[in-house]
Design a protein around this ligand. Structure first.
Ligand code: S5P
Length: 364
């Protein structure tokens, strides 16, 4: 079959499956690249078109199963392999955010929902009276016994030396059996170098914040793209460090907090930048071992619900987060811990997120 322009939306592969080869005069990505080079400005492409096109380009993270991604992560030496395995085993791409303020209640809630979740996220600084050693030991024991990954939501963002010291203490306390910490890209690559320095606690990883779910925030499309580039540069330096044999080095960024990989890709395409850089960022974003976590998720509440809404947060359903925005793991706080039966709520979210994931990976 001969066509003028290959929109790169999957027709080539679909035809190939029926033994038909597609020949095109040009492809949409080439047309976009030329237009961007000439104008040095973003080409206005409707977002749904962008998502369709990038979904194809990003198939490493949109159509591979978590099981395949676990194998890939293990092959490239990423500590994410364990989390992909847990997700596969528990059939759960759910992260519960336990934003409770009482130590006992935090541990009880975790025990109640652990079989439904792959990740437990905590803000340690919202817990009244601080967190003592007994609490942190109990927390790590639960993570090991009940097979989940701990995510400490610190949103760090300081110079390299400070973040290295912060990571050391996290590795000795809250993440003594490993886990993840969130970080902002505001201070540049130094934060990642401090957090991912493998000379101490190599099983403590980092998620970089690319987008936020608050309704009006300062993380513009240009910021999202620049933050992603910071991660890409860090990873290139980390790869070089490990092959140089100089005796020190850095681990790769574990993943991101955003609306999802498709939403980040749309921001990259909408931001001004050389076509070659855009292509490199999209390729980096499609790495199968990277994790894409997404907050701001709730199931629709019944009309009879009288709870106040939160003007500082925006919510969408698990299916929108996973299939429209391209999230791997949804982060749910009040949708679970504020419910009368948190275990039943966690099961509802687990099922909704897992069904949405199965739909996502079934798209070619
Ligand atoms: O952009 C963000 C990033 C994060 S980590 N928006 C968020 O809401 N979060 C966190 O996710 C937030 O700090 C909270 O712990 C959780 C969402 O909680 P919920 O109760 O609104 O589901």
């Amino acid at each position: 079959l001969v066509v003028f322009c290959d929109r790169e939306a999957g027709a080539r592969e679909a035809l190939q499956a029926q033994d038909v080869s597609l020949h095109s005069v040009c492809s949409l990505s080439k047309v976009l690249a030329v237009l961007q080079q000439q104008r040095n400005s973003p080409v206005p492409v409707p977002v749904h078109e962008m998502k369709k096109n990038t979904a194809h380009q990003l198939r490493g993270v949109t159509t591979l199963t978590f099981e395949d991604r676990a194998k890939h992560a293990a092959a490239v030496g990423s500590t994410n392999a364990r989390l992909f395995e847990i997700m596969t085993e528990k059939q759960s791409n759910l992260c519960v955010s336990v934003d409770l303020q009482d130590k006992e209640r935090v541990l009880e809630l975790i025990e109640a929902v652990a079989s439904k979740v792959a990740v437990v996220k905590l803000h340690l600084d919202v817990i009244r009276g601080g967190t003592n050693t007994d609490f942190l030991v109990a927390l790590n024991k639960l993570a090991q016994d009940l097979n989940f990954v701990l995510l400490i939501d610190r949103k760090l963002g300081d110079i390299g030396n400070t973040s290295r010291l912060q990571k050391q203490v996290l590795g000795e306390t809250a993440l003594s059996t490993g886990g993840l910490v969130t970080a902002h890209a505001l201070a540049g690559q130094g934060t990642l170098e401090g957090l991912l320095d493998i000379s101490t606690h190599p099983d403590v990883g980092a998620l970089l914040i690319l987008q936020m779910s608050s309704p009006v925030n300062l993380l513009s499309k240009g910021y999202t793209s620049a933050a992603l580039e910071t991660a890409m540069r860090h990873d290139a330096k980390a790869t070089a460090s490990l092959s140089s044999g100089e005796g020190h080095g850095w681990a790769q960024v574990n993943g991101f907090i955003s609306k999802g990989v498709l939403s980040v890709a749309a921001n990259v395409l909408e931001s001004t930048g050389a076509a070659s850089k855009t292509a490199a960022l999209l390729e980096y974003l499609s790495a199968a071992e990277k994790l894409h976590f997404s907050p701001g998720v709730q199931l629709p509440t019944p009309h009879t619900d009288t709870r106040p809404t939160d003007p500082t947060q925006t919510y969408r359903t698990p299916n929108i987060a996973i299939n429209d925005d391209g999230a791997d793991i949804i982060i749910v706080g009040r949708g679970i811990y504020s419910q009368a039966d948190p275990a039943a709520a966690a099961e509802q979210y687990r099922l909704a997120a897992w069904e949405a994931y199965k739909t996502k990976v079934s798209h070619e």
